[in-house]
Design a protein around this ligand. Structure first.
Ligand SMILES: *[C@@H]1O[C@H](CO)[C@@H](O)[C@H](O)[C@H]1NC(C)=O
Ligand SMILES: *[C@@H]1O[C@H](CO)[C@@H](O)[C@H](O)[C@H]1NC(C)=O
Ligand SMILES: CC(=O)N[C@H]1CO[C@H](CO)[C@@H](O)[C@@H]1O
Length: 468
């Protein structure tokens, strides 16, 4: 984050110093002021339990800053502090699934992770608990060990986790500066299998609407409204949030959540719009899934989009780059493209139109939300190298004692919409790429899904001003 508001920072530093409270982190930004309030608030409230209650009445939100991007990193991660004493874990935020789990001791099989595996405190969730039942909707789960709730979860990319449910303390920062410390159920995953696409991760943050999801648990404890959302920046990063006070609901385009697909965040059926004009492609059943980097269309729609995009391309400026294997369709220009801004003029905007009986609501997918600029794959082999490269953003050569890392741009433009049928999907999945530059809100209380354009480069101030 940028360093701003130096004056305010100094003032607050003096204030905080005077109150002899915790140390100040100099990494700041708009988030800073809220952290300060947290320090002050904590000193005034006798215990965390009472702080939860008070905050609960105030109805604040929880914001989780997110790291990562669609490309070249290919995933996002948020930090959650779990346990007593709390330890940080880097988790994949996934609106396409419910359960939050951590790689957990004793590991039968754990995959590469940024932190040592989690150790549970033997606070098991019993088999007859409704949370456990919600993980076994078919009802064929037999409680072999009544005091334990086993789970097994498989993701579309081939990753899987097996384990049992435990409860532990989560430490969650509120936007009004407070700290929530609820006991929530999570999976102790002792057997994980990686996939070709997996990356080092401590586990998964399930943000679906099922009972076991963190947001459902928080709202059933009365701690936040049952609303989850995210704002992913086209420049990488952004944030996820729980609660309803970070957006102005009157500015958001709302559509109803489809009741026919309770297991997903789905606004129902859409028609594809290309270049502002309706296409013949209708009745696309769409889901929003933050766990997917790219957007996947079913075969017919995919075929339509690829042929429409290709038909409109100016041959003078772009030709297919068959040697670029980054994604199935890549095009090269006369020179290497440096950023999406160099190519948006060659591509038309897409949109999805959701009718839902009422007035049609458009979900715009501009070229920035379906294209990427490819980089040289040579440095993608080593994760460590990769990290180093990214930390020097504009600089193209990074040198350390062992390696010289060339962050060389292939500079082609590639289509970030993929053939879902090819990977066994029967739904149309709006992945992270197409949600860039928007705040997307899943309001489980009102059963609405909404979106509004947003750069997502700073965490907004809570909309409701509350006086303590
Ligand atoms: C929550 O706030 C504390 C205190 O400012 C900070 O140290 C911590 O990193 C924050 N946690 C997260 C997950 O942002
Ligand atoms: C999409 O994938 C399916 C299944 O592999 C295949 O039959 C179809 O031809 C593909 N469509 C396109 C346009 O590539
Ligand atoms: C692989 C990984 O976990 N990447 C990042 C996740 O988020 C943390 C904190 O924001 C970063 O430090 C990690 O590099």
């Amino acid at each position: 984050m940028k360093q701003e508001k130096v004056g305010v920072m100094l003032l607050l530093q003096v204030l905080v110093f005077a109150l002899s409270l915790c140390e100040i982190s100099s990494s700041s930004g708009s988030y800073f002021d809220q952290q300060q309030q947290y320090h002050r608030r904590k000193s005034m409230l006798p215990t965390e339990a009472s702080s939860s209650l008070m905050l609960n009445r105030a109805g604040s939100s929880i914001v989780l800053p997110v790291d990562g991007n669609v490309y070249p990193i290919g995933f996002y991660n948020v930090t959650l502090n779990i346990g007593q004493p709390s330890k940080p874990y880097f988790l994949d935020p996934d609106t396409g699934s419910d359960l939050t789990w951590l790689q957990c001791e004793p590991c039968v099989q754990c995959t590469e992770a940024p932190h040592p595996p989690y150790r549970h405190t033997n606070n098991l969730v019993a088999c007859k608990d409704p949370l456990c039942k919600s993980l076994h909707p078919t009802g064929d789960y037999k409680c072999e060990t009544p005091e334990q709730c086993d789970y097994e979860i498989d993701y579309a990319d081939g990753v899987s986790s097996m384990g049992f449910l435990v409860k532990d303390l989560f430490s969650l920062n509120l936007t009004n500066g407070g700290l929530l410390r609820p006991h929530l159920a999570l999976g102790c995953g002792y057997d994980q299998s990686p996939s070709l696409f997996s990356h080092p991760s401590d586990g998964m943050l399930g943000l679906g609407k099922g009972k076991s999801s963190i947001i459902s648990q928080l709202s059933s404890q009365g701690l936040v409204r049952n609303v989850v959302g995210h704002c992913l920046s086209g420049r990488g990063g952004g944030y996820f949030f729980f609660g309803n006070d970070l957006y102005d609901a009157s500015r958001v385009v709302w559509t109803s959540m489809s009741r026919n697909h309770p297991e997903h965040y789905s606004p129902g059926f859409a028609e594809l719009i290309f270049g502002g004009k309706p296409t013949e492609i209708r009745n696309l059943l769409v889901i929003f899934d933050s766990g997917s980097s790219y957007t996947y269309l079913t075969s017919k729609a995919y075929e339509a989009v690829t042929s429409l995009v290709k038909r409109e391309l100016p041959r003078k400026h772009l030709r297919e780059a068959l040697d670029d294997k980054t994604l199935p369709y890549c095009w090269s220009g006369r020179r290497r493209f440096k950023s999406i801004e160099d190519v948006v003029k060659y591509f038309k905007p897409l949109a999805l139109s959701f009718a839902n009986g009422g007035k049609a609501k458009h979900f715009a997918i501009p070229p920035e939300a379906y294209l990427i600029i490819s980089v040289s794959p040579t440095f993608l082999f080593s994760f460590v190298l990769f990290d180093l490269c990214l930390s020097c953003k504009q600089v193209t050569v990074y040198q350390n004692t062992q390696t010289t890392c060339l962050l060389q741009s292939m500079g082609n433009v590639c289509l970030g919409i993929l053939n879902g049928t090819e990977v066994g999907q029967s739904l149309n999945i709006i992945g992270d790429i197409s949600m860039l530059g928007k705040m997307v809100v899943y309001d489980n209380e009102k059963q609405l899904i909404g979106w509004v354009s947003d750069k997502c480069d700073r965490i907004p101030k809570p909309k409701t001003v509350r006086i303590w």
